[in-house]
Ligand binder design. Structure first.
Ligand code: ADP
Length: 297
């Protein structure tokens, strides 16, 4: 009996060492992630300009994802506050890359990205991000209620403000019809929403955030005509008075845009308004015929 009592703690000690080894092995990838330094650094003495007017300017921007493989080359353009810029071009031309440089997800290798005339690298990262809203094709919903997912746009928003933004986004109706309305659980472990519904939640988030600059990736997935019209109206309301950079897939968008950049392989091939570009008979003219389904002029 004494022997058994004597051995038990010894067995425990040997197990302890095994557990420790396992814990160390599991900890190393976690430490690796924690030690990762983001490429984009928040400048210690960065400015916070408050709410921007919304001018977006690219000056000779060069960018590469992979070292020595240039992606964007010498991109320059200006979007005046409140105006709309449409980015068009074949897949892989660099449209999303341009859009992701505005909220400073990456830094360019050469040239600068300026908001209201200030280089984004000299501004506080939180100030840059506060001034830019994004409505993307693939809307991310967290596990939580509809209300919590909308509040992500503005954490201080009251329930009344949230409902108003859902109304402006054409989402109030379908949210009210969900089993528990605004308290319905959505996301991976909750109710699955349709593409059109998720998109409207994303628009509602942007309405709630009320940033002066809007990045919009128009959806290519099809929704029924009624939903499509609702989404278009909601986007129209959202874009009014904001600087919008739209990755355009719709003819109606490019026709309305104040300026269109036609991109191919990371370069600007053509720039101008719809009518001028169609008349020029270049790449835009081709895209107009085949991608946007426009009639030949
Ligand atoms: P578009 O939006 O016009 O379809 P993108 O800007 O998404 O084009 O992509 C431009 C090019 O950059 C593509 O060749 C794409 O494969 C590449 N690319 C996009 N994102 C990354 C990334 N995170 N890492 C490496 N290459 C990327």
């Amino acid at each position: 009996m004494y022997l058994i009592i004597f051995y038990q703690p010894i067995v425990l000690v040997s197990q302890l060492s095994e557990y420790t080894q396992r814990a160390i092995a599991s900890a190393s990838p976690i430490v690796e992630v924690l030690n990762t330094h983001p490429d984009v650094q928040d400048p210690p003495s960065g400015r916070d300009p408050g709410r921007l007017r919304g001018e977006v300017r690219f000056e000779n921007v060069d960018f590469e994802y992979v070292e020595d493989v240039p992606m964007l080359r010498d991109i320059s353009f200006t979007v005046e506050p409140g105006k709309t810029l449409a980015l068009v071009g074949p897949t892989g031309a660099g449209k999303s890359t341009i859009a992701s440089l505005v909220p400073r997800f990456y830094d360019p290798e050469g040239g600068s990205v300026l908001l209201d005339g200030s280089d984004v690298r000299n501004m506080k990262l939180s100030a840059v991000r506060r001034n830019v809203s994004m409505v993307l094709q693939d809307t991310f919903l967290f596990n939580g209620t509809v209300l919590e997912n909308l509040r992500f746009g503005n954490e201080e928003a009251s329930e009344k403000e949230i409902a108003a933004s859902a109304e402006a986004a054409g989402a109030h109706g379908f949210i009210r019809a969900l089993p528990q309305g605004y308290e319905t659980q959505v996301g991976e472990r909750g109710l699955k929403l349709s593409g059109g519904q998720k998109q409207r939640l994303s628009i509602a988030r942007a309405v709630l955030k009320d940033a002066p600059i809007l990045i919009l990736d128009e959806a290519t997935s099809s929704v029924d005509a009624e939903t499509e019209a609702e989404i278009q109206n909601a986007l129209g309301r959202l874009m009014a008075g904001r600087t919008s950079i739209v990755i355009a897939h719709r003819l109606s968008t490019v026709k309305k845009a104040h300026k269109i950049l036609v991109l191919d392989e990371g370069r600007i091939l053509e720039a101008g308004r719809h009518e001028d570009l169609v008349r020029r008979g270049g790449l835009y003219h081709k895209l107009y015929k085949y991608q946007f389904g426009g009639a030949v002029m």
